[in-house]
Design a binder for this molecule. Structure first.
Ligand SMILES: [Ca+2]
Length: 212
């Protein structure tokens, strides 16, 4: 088994442990390198943050939409866009759904190493119809933290008013260190030998008295 796929070797908190805010790299903008039509891409390693291991978190933070809003989330190892045919290639996560947007809990992938790309497809549906539509536009702001990065991703559903507030996500990439790589405390071995000689006999004696 590949040790990096064993999630128990890494911390796995429910919320992204980004640490303290460091600086805002840029405010809201549509970046033609990572924002395409209704698709936003986050990736790691990046020029701002390149830990050996990383973990991606994402949630709906809000949205002011008359339509239902959802976001399909995919992870890939290269820059090939995941196909839209859900029957053949289901998303790894779906945020939102058949309701107008409201804040969600954080979802997350297991810790990864190497290059990973995270794709966020914003879509909407008029409740009076049955067909989901791609949103028209997406952009994001980008903040640097001690232990990661945070994108605030904002979609405009029809592109009619370009207010970019119909669906708002937060996407965090945090750094991870494996407990396997904890540095040793060399003096602990001598302490353990002392406990083995003097302490363990007392412990065993105590265990034998239990229940008598
Ligand atoms: Ca709008």
């Amino acid at each position: 088994m590949n040790p990096i796929e064993v999630i128990s070797l890494f911390p796995n908190p429910n919320t992204p442990d980004l640490g303290c805010f460091v600086r805002r790299k840029h405010g809201f903008e549509t970046d033609p390198d990572v924002d395409f039509e209704n698709v936003h891409v986050d990736f790691n390693p990046s020029i701002d943050f390149s830990p050996q291991y990383h973990q991606a978190y994402f949630r709906v933070s809000c949205g002011q939409a008359a339509f239902f809003q959802r976001c399909l989330v995919y992870m890939t190892t290269d820059a090939s866009i995941p196909p839209p045919i859900l029957e053949n290639f289901p998303p790894n996560f779906v945020l939102g759904g058949d309701y107008t947007p409201h804040p969600s809990d954080w979802s997350r992938f297991p810790t990864q190493s190497g290059q990973r790309l995270y794709w966020f497809f914003g879509q909407h549906r008029d409740p009076a119809t049955t067909v989901w539509q791609p949103d028209a536009l997406v952009g994001h702001s980008y903040d640097i933290y001690e232990n990661g990065t945070l994108s605030t991703v904002q979609y405009d559903d029809t592109g009619g008013d370009r207010d970019f507030n119909d669906l708002v996500l937060e996407v965090a990439i945090v750094g991870r260190s494996s407990w396997v790589n904890l540095p040793n405390a060399p003096a602990q071995a001598a302490v353990n030998r002392k406990i083995e000689e003097k302490g363990i006999p007392r412990l065993r004696s105590l265990l034998n008295k239990r229940g008598k």
